[in-house]
Design a protein around this ligand. Sequence first.
Ligand SMILES: *[C@@H]1O[C@H](CO)[C@@H](O)[C@H](O)[C@H]1NC(C)=O
Ligand SMILES: *[C@@H]1O[C@H](CO)[C@@H](O)[C@H](O)[C@H]1NC(C)=O
Ligand SMILES: *[C@@H]1O[C@H](CO)[C@@H](O)[C@H](O)[C@H]1NC(C)=O
Ligand SMILES: *[C@@H]1O[C@H](CO)[C@@H](O)[C@H](O)[C@H]1NC(C)=O
Ligand SMILES: *[C@@H]1O[C@H](CO)[C@@H](O)[C@H](O)[C@H]1NC(C)=O
Ligand SMILES: CC(=O)N[C@H]1CO[C@H](CO)[C@@H](O)[C@@H]1O
Length: 398
Amino acid sequence: MKLQYLAIFSLVCSNPLLGTTTGYSSADYQPLSAKKLVQVHLITRHGVRYPTLDNFQAHLDIVQQIQSSPAINSTIDLNYGPLSNAGMLHPSGKQSVQSYGQRFQARYSSLLDDPSKFFTSSSNVPRVLDTASSFFIGMKGTELPNGVIQDRTLDADNDMNKSCKKYVSLPKNKKEASTFEKEYLPNLADKLNNKLDMELNTTQASTLLDACAFQIAFGMNPNESFCSQFDSDDFSNYQLNDDFSKFYTLSYGLDAPFNSQLGCSLVTDIYNNINNQSLTASFHFGHAETIIPLITSLGLLRDSQLLTTQSPNLADRKFKTGLFAPMQANLVFEVYENNDLRLVLNEAPIDIPGCTDSTGLCAFNKFLEIYHNVVGCDFDSICENASTTIGGSNGNTN
Ligand SMILES: *[C@@H]1O[C@H](CO)[C@@H](O)[C@H](O)[C@H]1NC(C)=O
Ligand SMILES: *[C@@H]1O[C@H](CO)[C@@H](O)[C@H](O)[C@H]1NC(C)=O
Ligand SMILES: *[C@@H]1O[C@H](CO)[C@@H](O)[C@H](O)[C@H]1NC(C)=O
Ligand SMILES: *[C@@H]1O[C@H](CO)[C@@H](O)[C@H](O)[C@H]1NC(C)=O
Ligand SMILES: *[C@@H]1O[C@H](CO)[C@@H](O)[C@H](O)[C@H]1NC(C)=O
Ligand SMILES: CC(=O)N[C@H]1CO[C@H](CO)[C@@H](O)[C@@H]1O
């Protein structure tokens, strides 16, 4: 039994990290037994999805093209189905989200008896609504209403990257990502062209690697089919490139105040829900663009320096989107008596910097002290929005 578990674990672990395209790996944990649990709050990204329209056809085209290479001796089928699948939750994602709902029920059953004590909110996108449904089917054996659903331009909690005017218009720093692409893509194309005996350019090489990343997220072994043309350096460069991009467009590399405040309405909503005695659980369903700002507003996985192509010890960086923002990424706030908090990221407990003590808990008053600039922020004012968005924070806390 133990050996079998280890074997499964090592198999999962040998999958490369592939940025926000990484598939989900579950882990094993339980709530603390020493204290009474009073609430649980979940924020989750949608499960494994098909590529969106901007690269769905490009993947099919490039795979079609390399099919003629002498090195490719079997028919490649990406199993994308019709174009209408673009951006939708993949069957493997649906299955995995349901299993997560079952594990959630097993861990938090004492808080999950009465759905009238739940608060639920979801980004208004089919793959996210499907994720919410699949999660509740796993958890309660039945679909529950998806709760509060806003127009995305008004949704300050789940779609902060669309509902914040100033953020949307802010020029995003793409320098590090493009410097890095100029470094690694020509080399990637050369290597592939040697193996495949073809003449792919850097865009095509990069598209092929992206198609491979999706196949791995769907469950294919990275050593199989056309993915076997890539090596571990190619995968780690793909991850690093995603980090350079997300770091400056959604996280610590953004200009102030967004390097800490893009996720502030969502944090405030969670705070309000913690203070709402009539709730036992809350659920937010969103995107990588929800999880990354949230992690950033909480200051988790922050390296001591900005991430650049010149950073020393890049391999040891904490900021790896494949670890904290894969498909189905989830962050749980466990609330114990006295509002003591514990965070669980992708089913592994994680410390709140400067707060979590040796018992594994963070005291609520300390939490509020650390996040005094985040909890109760005035999202619309920071965002210079002309009218009011809907979410945890329009300057109001309760
Ligand atoms: C296909 O190629 C792989 C290595 O590229 C080789 O091991 C295998 O024998 C080939 N299969 C066929 C049917 O040619
Ligand atoms: C916001 O996130 C969505 C994905 O949900 C993405 O398609 C869009 O480009 C992002 N918008 C901005 C302004 O970054
Ligand atoms: C690579 O080739 C494709 C298809 O011919 C073309 O659309 C694309 O612009 C090229 N990219 C570069 C960087 O040359
Ligand atoms: C793929 O092959 C490499 C090298 O042989 C191995 O280390 C890795 O565990 C394999 N990955 C999987 C998922 O089997
Ligand atoms: C507490 O949650 C309930 C159920 O969602 C809601 O009806 C009520 O308005 C909330 N109370 C406050 C003060 O937000
Ligand atoms: C309510 C409101 O004004 N929301 C706007 C905030 O900014 C975003 C980005 O420009 C708009 O899309 C929203 O309509």
